[in-house]
Design a protein around this ligand. Structure first.
Ligand code: SAH
Length: 502
């Protein structure tokens, strides 16, 4: 039997965690991805290299892509490459809830193309849930209707308002433009003007906004708060439960905009934790980490490693880079068997632990200087420092002054990426609408200032959150506005400091 090669996949409402396991699997293995903007943006970076991407959003480029065009594109792509293309049609929410997925499936069938449907989490239910409104609740409602607000304006409206007024919870999609008409029609059909109502804009996303009122007051409230699509409207007594069940908007960093400048490979834990605390995170890596490939320096260290009694790792990158190279050269962690291993901070120690080595010493303060006292009273030692190509010289210099023999082995270098700041981010910075720009090393500060150079952003408008004193000093060099500093010089310390500000 022929295996289907077209998949209509629901992407969920916007929060990228709300796609199904099956859906994400398909997105990652797609040869062709056909999408519209709503709710799918977060997945576009997850496709495999070489995946053909088609934005068929209502106004992709300048022209309107019709449903007909989309149907034909799907068939063409399904047939290309001897029918071996894996074609994913990714749609916001659920493909069959006002998503025209049914029309696309019918067209596939008519053209003899096999397909599968992967349902998604619809905004009709999830945006309400994220606003703290359960769309059904015992004692409040026994029925639920999901209605298109698009039809409300038509003369011979397809909506049976009289029947609808008898439903306990009514959710309207695409209802912002016709909000007044919707409220009017429901009241006319007998629904009480006092029926509670909520609008949830950009539900499940970090910029979610919710307003509540009644059928009578909502049009004015929406206008006053400038509610824009995408938004759902919820009409019914269940809206009252929001007062008690509101949760998403209660998170400590909800509504805050935070820029993360760390390299993409390192940023994930910071991005994830800030997002989980509710922040809108703008990822803007200003540096990248480039691991050295079997450098002469590394090879000579390996050949004489027995000589060194002490190894100092100054960063996670040093640990991962070192072991990648060592593995390639046929060595493993046993080269450290008879050595003392020292790390500057707990993240580095954790990276070592992951490969089976427990650090002998981690100083209490996580800066290079704090390692020096450890060696103050020791006999002359042979110490290797495995670190970035360019780093402060205070540690090796001080150790040499104490009489020790110090070898620096550079494992990686950081490169400034010099990305162009997006128009959006520049505007937000200029208008003071970014709450924090996080800096986790001096190189991220250097990278950031290179990036904003020539973009008319005043340095004292950069609200810096810094991981430690060295990074803070670099920020001061540029005159950034230091808004908060980590008490413990770790990512966790930085997150704690930011959270404390609110
Ligand atoms: N298939 C989608 C709906 C597509 S119709 C689904 O199941 O969710 C587009 C409408 O969906 C928008 O006009 C808006 O009413 C609603 N919508 C989609 N995403 C939304 C979101 N994140 N928050 C609020 N409403 C959303």
């Amino acid at each position: 039997m022929h295996k289907p090669n077209v998949f209509l996949v629901g992407a969920g409402p916007g929060d990228t965690g709300l796609i199904t396991v099956r859906g994400l699997e398909l997105v990652k293995s797609a040869d062709v991805l056909v999408y519209d903007q709503l709710g799918v943006k977060g997945f576009l970076g997850q496709v495999k290299p070489g995946c053909e991407m088609y934005d068929v959003g209502k106004f992709a480029g300048n022209h309107k892509v019709t449903q007909d065009d989309i149907n034909k594109l799907l068939v063409t792509k399904a047939c290309e490459n001897e029918g071996k293309n894996l074609v994913v049609r990714l749609k916001g929410g659920d493909p069959f809830v006002f998503g025209r997925g049914g029309e696309e499936a019918l067209f596939m069938r008519e053209n003899g193309i096999d397909f599968e449907i992967v349902p998604g989490v619809t905004s009709a239910i999830s945006a309400a849930a994220y606003a703290g409104i359960p769309i059904t609740q015992r004692g409040y409602t026994a029925s639920l209707a999901i209605v298109t607000g698009h039809e409300a304006a038509k003369d011979s409206s397809d909506i049976d308002w009289a029947s609808l007024s008898g439903i306990g919870t009514i959710v309207f999609l695409m209802g912002v433009k016709n909000l007044s008409l919707i409220c009017e029609n429901l009241i006319k059909a007998g629904k009480s003007a006092d029926t509670p109502m909520a609008l949830v804009q950009s539900g499940t996303m970090p910029n979610q906004r919710t307003v509540t009122g009644t059928l009578a007051t909502m049009p004015e409230i929406a206008l006053k708060h400038d509610i824009q699509p995408p938004a759902i409207s919820i009409v019914g007594d269940v809206v009252r439960l929001r007062d008690k069940l509101k949760w998403f908007e209660n998170r400590p960093l909800f509504g805050k905009k935070i820029v993360v400048t760390r390299s993409r490979t390192q940023a994930s834990s910071l991005v994830k934790e800030l997002s989980e605390l509710g922040a809108e995170v703008i990822e803007c890596p200003t540096i990248s980490i480039v691991q050295h490939e079997d450098s002469q320096e590394f090879l000579s260290f390996i050949s004489e490693h027995k000589k060194y009694g002490y190894i100092i790792f100054t960063s996670v990158n040093g640990v991962t880079g070192f072991f990648e190279q060592a593995t390639r050269c046929g060595f493993d962690s046993r080269i450290f068997a008879d050595k003392k291993v020292i790390c500057i901070g707990p993240a580095t120690a954790e990276a070592l632990r992951n490969i089976g080595i427990i650090a002998d010493f981690v100083p209490e303060s996580y800066v290079a200087e704090s390692i020096i006292p450890y060696f103050e009273n020791s006999l002359k030692a042979d110490i290797a420092i495995l670190r970035a190509e360019k780093a402060r010289e205070i540690l090796p210099e001080s150790l040499r002054k104490l009489g020790h023999n110090v070898k620096i082995v550079s494992i990686y270098r950081t490169e400034l990426i010099r990305p162009e700041p997006t128009e959006d981010m520049s505007d937000l910075l200029r208008n003071g609408q970014i709450d924090f720009v996080t800096f986790t090393s001096s190189s991220t500060v250097e990278g950031f200032s290179e990036m904003i150079k020539g973009h008319n952003i005043e340095n004292d408008k950069v609200p810096a959150a810094v991981i430690g004193p060295i990074t803070e000093a670099t920020c001061n060099k540029y005159g950034y506005n230091i808004k908060c500093r980590a008490a413990e010089y770790t990512i966790k310390g930085l997150i704690d400091a930011i959270t404390k500000e609110f």
